[in-house]
Design a binder for this molecule. Structure first.
Ligand code: A2P
Length: 360
């Protein structure tokens, strides 16, 4: 009997042994061709494919979730300054006894800290809260800059031109405080707008919403062609859509055929698409369940991919209105000057479906 778990290669065996009786991955016979446990970034660093996401994991519960995850074999925690739980995450990591250098930590620069002089102090605060000297991956959380100290007041210049912010991130790499840098919530025009500059380090990842409802096949294709790794947040549809996701007939049918859970079907599908996946849970049994991914047979994978990409996309998250932005953050009408890429200054959004891309 062969199970193919994603995880740090050296811990796969022990993770298997630690599975509680009755754990949701019920151990059907699978072939040995498994999913990648890691992806290699341009720096040469290997980033684990499955992470525990801690957005919306509250104080008093996130620490236990992190400890459960590390015990189950996770070696990747995806956090951010704005989640306001970095202290508890850091404490749980220390309590777990897993050495710091065996765990991949991601954090993100919040929108109010895009001014070049604010970038390093913002990172330092995250480092201090996490209790670590370096972060494996630091992302610009949104392609939106707010004016320093303001209540979500747009800074149009730093939003249209993120290069000054990016140069500070590059400096943090050179100082050894950050190992890899990337972005989050960038669409293709915004990525091209940033990478048209003479970058010392290109974005290694772009963390975006990816799930059954908003699978973004065009962005995924573009990312693969441009050596950019995507990371899937809200991979199950977040708390708003998780129920619907796990009840989809296509997902349930695959779960039954493979004797795995619907959540494992979805999380496996993400890795099979070639993205990092960041399922969030504070429920111990689900944390364990979500780490057990398997390669779906091609036919079933293709069926699910087709179902996901055959309906108009719907985002779970779009803060454009709540931030009073005069444009939609996921469309390209925010004053971005897009460099020509063979089609004369295209100014369209990232998704072919963009007109239907509304907040859920
Ligand atoms: P909880 O944290 O209470 O366990 P996403 O990863 O797309 O952001 O989804 C997170 C939501 O999905 C949370 O409400 C989380 O609940 C729930 N969830 C996470 N894993 C599972 C699972 N395996 N089965 C059912 N619900 C899950």
């Amino acid at each position: 009997m062969y199970l193919s778990f994603v995880g740090v290669r050296t811990v796969v065996r022990s993770a298997k042994l630690r599975l509680p009786v009755g754990a949701p991955c019920r151990g059907v016979q699978r072939n040995l061709s498994s999913l990648p446990s890691h992806y290699t970034l341009p720096s040469g660093d290997k980033i684990p494919a499955v992470a525990l996401g801690v957005w919306q994991a509250g104080k008093g519960e996130v620490g236990e979730a992190v400890k459960t995850a590390l015990k189950a074999g996770y070696r990747h925690i995806d956090g951010a300054w704005v989640y306001r739980n970095e202290e508890e995450v850091g404490q749980a990591l220390r309590d777990s006894g897993v050495p710091r250098d065996q765990v991949w930590l991601t954090s993100k620069l919040w929108n109010t800290f895009h001014a070049p002089e604010d970038v390093e102090p913002a990172l330092d605060e995250s480092l201090q809260k996490l209790g670590t000297e370096y972060i494996d991956l630091y992302l610009i959380h949104w392609p939106i800059a707010f004016k320093k100290g303001s209540n979500n007041e747009l800074d149009p210049e730093l939003t249209a031109n993120p290069y000054p912010t990016w140069q500070k991130l590059e400096e943090l790499v050179d100082k050894g405080k950050v190992r890899n840098i990337g972005v989050s919530n960038f669409n293709i025009p915004r990525l091209r707008n940033l990478t048209a500059n003479p970058l010392k380090y290109k974005p290694a990842v772009n963390q975006v919403e990816l799930n059954y409802w908003n699978p973004q096949p065009e962005l995924l294709q573009w990312a693969k062609e441009n050596n950019l790794l995507l990371e899937a947040y809200s991979p199950l549809g977040s708390n708003k859509q998780v129920k619907e996701t796990l009840q989809l007939p296509e997902v349930k049918a695959i779960a039954e055929a493979l004797n795995i859970t619907p959540a494992q079907v979805i999380i496996s599908w993400h890795v099979q698409r070639g993205t990092v996946v960041l399922p969030k849970s504070v429920t111990p049994s689900r944390v364990v369940e979500n780490f057990q991914v398997v390669k779906l047979p091609d036919e079933l994978f293709n069926k699910l991919e087709k179902a996901a990409t055959s309906h108009p996309p719907q985002r779970v998250l779009n803060p454009s209105k709540s931030w009073n932005l005069p444009f939609d953050v996921f469309d390209d009408d925010g004053g971005v000057t897009v460099p020509d890429e063979g089609n004369n200054g295209e100014r369209s959004g990232a998704q072919g479906w963009r007109s239907g891309a509304t907040a859920v």
